[in-house]
Write a protein that binds this ligand. Structure first.
Ligand code: NAP
Length: 483
């Protein structure tokens, strides 16, 4: 097969890219999707309670507002429905090929394009590759001794086993991240007993959620500027958090609010102490929930903070020697972030592999292009993640940047664009200087934002409008036009 653009993944990133290419009349593209339906993370994560912790009016494309969101923080099925609707609205259905797993891609200097390989042995020739798979799709299951001996059911939050009825079960939940705090309350309601294995308590703020009335939805449908204003007000409020991330002392006030939230949800002083973090708020992702603390306070829930030592046939043994008997283990242990791009065999100019180029740590220019890997674009690439606002906003900025790179090539009558190593190095030096003083580095915690060397390869540390400004135009000075 031969095409102009191969887009990998059909989540928010891949679909956003596909829509914008189609809108510009660049119709020669294909979206490759490993699963049998679209939606990315919003297709995979179906655990009970799954919802977005960013307000839906902002966690959606600016060019495709949805006036019909039923809640401030929509649930997984509604978000997935939004993406499905867009595939219809923008006539993308026949542009997506399902069940196609990309295993690698290599740049062909003579052709000025890429050869993309799939698991079925197919090769696709293309000028551009847009990698839209994101960083959070490979479930991480910790290696725990004796795990294979466990006789009960085991699954990860991103592969929820809906056939396994939890009613009357003794359930172990491992992890206290964004996913676990969402599924724990409904599981606690259903299970006979729930034991939560907590390694690090998260900071949790009240969730200002509510349903959106039919009158409000009518108003948004009827007066679109009203919805734009509403979106802008959410955006502005969330951007304000950047001050706290950049100046951790500002977080003290929010920590007081979070501690009051613990006191409201939990009366037992020992449990209150166990769930109170000892690092600065913001160091890990700040979570929001109104039902997590009350769930922990239930009589059938037990919070265990001793480390997990091993798993036996009957349950989980902690460092204090206690065996916690369970029949189901649910991992809420997050994703293999480092593996998300690294496992892909991407070979750029002069036969250089991306894994080798990134041996010292992953980095890109504006999180999107990588020197030595021409015509390759990474959406949600290194340091484009956010802990304060909507990733959809970042994706839109990156998509605009990709389109401007294509425009730059068109206007030069050229085919191949590579990023200058010095531009990439300068950009990253500035980025890491900013990150070094932020709460993620100084807050006294260890998070998945940091790589094995303690370097933050994940987050954009600044206001998102600054990223938007920088990605508006591809500056020819930052790129080499090859042929
Ligand atoms: P996560 O934030 O990485 O949390 C993983 C949890 O598992 C942490 O509590 C971690 O403890 C624990 N853990 C890992 N290995 C362990 C071990 N060996 N023993 C005991 N505990 C262990 O994963 P996640 O909750 O799936 O969330 C990942 C990301 O997905 C989030 O940060 C967010 O970006 C995204 N997400 C977003 C939403 C949303 O609403 N927008 C919802 C869910 C997820 P430590 O803290 O000690 O490492």
């Amino acid at each position: 097969m031969r095409t102009s653009v191969v887009i990998i993944g059909s989540g928010f990133a891949g679909l956003g890219m596909a829509i914008q290419l189609a809108e510009q009349g660049r119709d020669d593209f294909v979206v490759l999707e490993k699963a049998d339906s679209l939606g990315g993370t919003w297709r995979d994560n179906t655990y009970p309670g799954c919802a977005c912790d960013v307000q839906s009016h902002l966690y959606s494309y600016s060019f495709a507002p949805n006036p019909n969101w039923t809640r401030m923080f929509a649930g997984q099925d509604e978000i997935r429905g939004y993406l499905e609707d867009l595939a219809d609205r923008y006539r993308l259905r026949d542009r997506i090929r399902y069940g196609v797993t990309v295993t690698g891609a290599e740049f062909d200097a003579a052709e000025g394009g890429w050869t993309v390989h799939t698991a079925s042995g197919e090769t696709i020739e293309t000028r551009f590759v847009v990698w839209g798979t994101g960083a959070l799709h490979e479930p991480s299951i910790p290696e725990i001794e004796g795990f294979e001996r466990f006789s009960g059911r085991v699954f990860h939050s991103a592969n929820w086993d809906h056939d396994h009825d939890l009613a009357g079960r003794r359930v172990a939940v491992i992890g206290t991240g964004a996913s676990a705090i969402q599924f724990l309350p409904p599981v606690a309601e259903r299970a006979a007993e729930l034991t939560l294995f907590q390694r690090t308590p998260p900071w949790i703020l009240p969730k200002l959620d509510r349903s959106i009335s039919s009158f409000e939805r009518w108003a948004f449908r009827t007066f679109p500027p009203l919805q734009r204003l509403y979106r802008a007000s959410i955006y502005t409020r969330l951007e304000g958090r950047v001050f706290g991330f950049r100046h951790p002392r500002v977080m003290t006030g929010l920590q007081a609010l979070a501690k009051a939230h613990i006191r409201r949800g939990i009366t037992d002083p020992e449990l209150r102490a166990a769930v109170t973090p000892d690092y600065t708020l913001g160091c890990k992702r700040v979570l929001i929930s109104n039902d997590y603390y009350p769930a922990l306070a239930r009589a059938n829930v037990n919070v265990v903070s001793d480390g997990i030592e091993r798993v036996t046939e009957r349950g989980v043994v902690t460092a204090d020697g206690v065996e916690h008997e369970v029949d189901t283990i649910i991992f809420g242990t997050g994703f293999k972030v480092a593996d998300s791009f690294a496992q892909l065999a991407i070979t750029g100019r002069d036969g250089v592999k991306l894994t080798d180029a990134w041996r010292g740590g992953s980095e890109a220019f504006l999180g999107t292009t990588v020197a030595g890997f021409p015509n390759l674009f990474l959406l949600v690439g290194p340091n484009t993640g956010l802990s304060h606002s909507s990733m959809v906003y970042m994706i839109e900025s990156q998509v605009a940047y990709v389109l401007d790179c294509l425009r730059l090539l068109d206007s030069a009558g050229a085919r191949v664009l590579d990023t200058r190593p010095e531009s990439q190095a300068g950009y990253n030096a500035e980025l890491h200087e900013q990150l070094a003083t932020g709460v993620w580095q100084r807050g006294g915690c260890r998070s998945w934002y940091l790589d094995e060397n303690g370097v933050n390869r994940t987050l954009w540390p600044d206001f998102t409008f600054r990223f938007r400004r920088r990605t508006r135009h591809a500056d020819p000075a930052d790129h080499e036009i090859l042929v």
